[in-house]
Design a protein around this ligand. Structure first.
Ligand SMILES: [Zn+2]
Length: 362
């Protein structure tokens, strides 16, 4: 016995819709295709906030298909952090990393580099110059490992200073801080007086590699993204007091994993980010005092966290949808930001598979 399966006939023939003039239908189809092309992944900047458990590893892939990785996470753990970075590169569709930017020579930033170069080609490493913190054993160790990679010609080295532009295609990258110095002059459009400098606390000069962090402003169309590594409050004050040399920022990659030694009130009032993304670990960063300062900053729409901060507890963590890794066994969930030239962007949480859109505001 043979059976004929019948499917309901589906017809999509817009040209037979008599009530809609044909020209309007055609124009509508063309417009939606145009919008799709402008918003499609090929025109977007992708940023992966890789979970390296309280270190930093932030991967940018530009529409020109160039990859910039800011920091490489920790050493050890059988290459855990390098594996996570390579997985993000795969998702972004790149098979090499054109530029690795090392903000400073602490082991939660440069420690994963030897394991990374063993897994994926790296063309150029950008740094602030030599390590100057010779009293801290883990720092000396990762600095020595870095020198060995240089001696073995594993990649080219590029040392930069404030005001330099980085040669990455598809984004504009300006060096804000490097080796303990910061830009002399305000960036274009910035330079306003910062009222919150009056009576502000003065911070002692940091003595570690943190204050030497290589910080950058990344501009993509109308979107401004700030990453200052672990730059400390004494250096933030040089950037925003008495005048605001940076201007308003759209996306603030929270300095120092949200630890209290960065993110001073005059700094957050000056940069006034729309969105802050904190690369904290469960037990590293996310200090309640710094969290409060960011949360209360004047234009903030949302803060996102890579982890629930144990120290923050119920009162100093964002809502669960904005956390990639809540309490419990670590699942290496990541956050992904997709940005378009008009200044709009969205943030995706790989754990919830939810995306939040932020329209352009210019
Ligand atoms: Zn750090």
């Amino acid at each position: 016995m043979s059976r004929t399966r019948r499917f309901p006939q589906v017809r999509f023939d817009v040209f037979k819709l008599r009530q809609v003039p044909r020209v309007i239908v055609v124009l509508a189809l063309l417009c939606s295709a145009g919008v799709w092309a402008a918003r499609g992944p090929q025109k977007a900047l992708q940023i992966f906030f890789v979970d390296v458990e309280g270190g930093q590893a932030t991967l940018f892939v530009t529409p020109a298909h160039q990859a910039l990785l800011i920091d490489t996470g920790w050493p050890g753990n059988d290459g855990r952090d390098a594996d996570r970075i390579v997985a993000a590169a795969k998702k972004a569709g790149v098979s090499k990393i054109d530029y690795v930017l090392i903000t400073h020579f602490h082991n939660d930033h440069v420690g994963g580099l030897p394991q990374l170069v063993a897994r994926i080609p790296v063309e150029t490493v950008i740094d602030h110059g030599d390590n100057r913190e010779s009293t801290d054993a883990p720092t000396v160790q990762v600095w020595q490992a870095y020198q060995q990679l240089l001696a073995a010609n594993k990649f080219k080295r590029l040392t930069v200073k404030p005001g330099d532009s980085l040669p990455i295609r598809g984004i504009e990258t300006t060096v804000i801080s490097s080796d303990g110095t910061v830009i002399n002059n305000p960036l274009p459009g910035a330079g306003q007086e910062n009222a919150s400098c009056k009576g502000a606390e003065s911070y002692p000069a940091d003595q570690t590699e943190n204050r030497r962090s290589l910080g950058t402003l990344i501009t993509f169309g109308k979107l401004r993204i700030l990453d200052l590594g672990d730059l400390t409050r004494d250096k933030e004050m040089e950037l925003v007091c008495p005048t605001n040399k940076l201007g308003a920022i759209d996306v603030y990659i929270v300095s120092h994993h949200g630890w209290y030694q960065s993110s001073s009130p005059p700094f957050l009032n000056a940069i006034a980010p729309r969105v802050a993304i904190m690369d904290n670990g469960a037990k590293k960063g996310g200090t309640p005092s710094a969290w409060d300062i960011i949360e209360k900053s004047p234009r903030l729409e949302d803060m996102w966290q890579l982890h629930f901060s144990d120290e923050g507890g119920a009162a100093h963590n964002v809502a669960s949808d904005f956390i990639a890794n809540p309490e419990g066994p670590d699942a290496a969930n990541y956050l992904q930001l997709t940005a378009w030239l008009d200044g709009s962007f969205e943030v995706f949480n790989s754990r919830t598979a939810k995306t939040k859109r932020y329209p352009a505001r210019h």
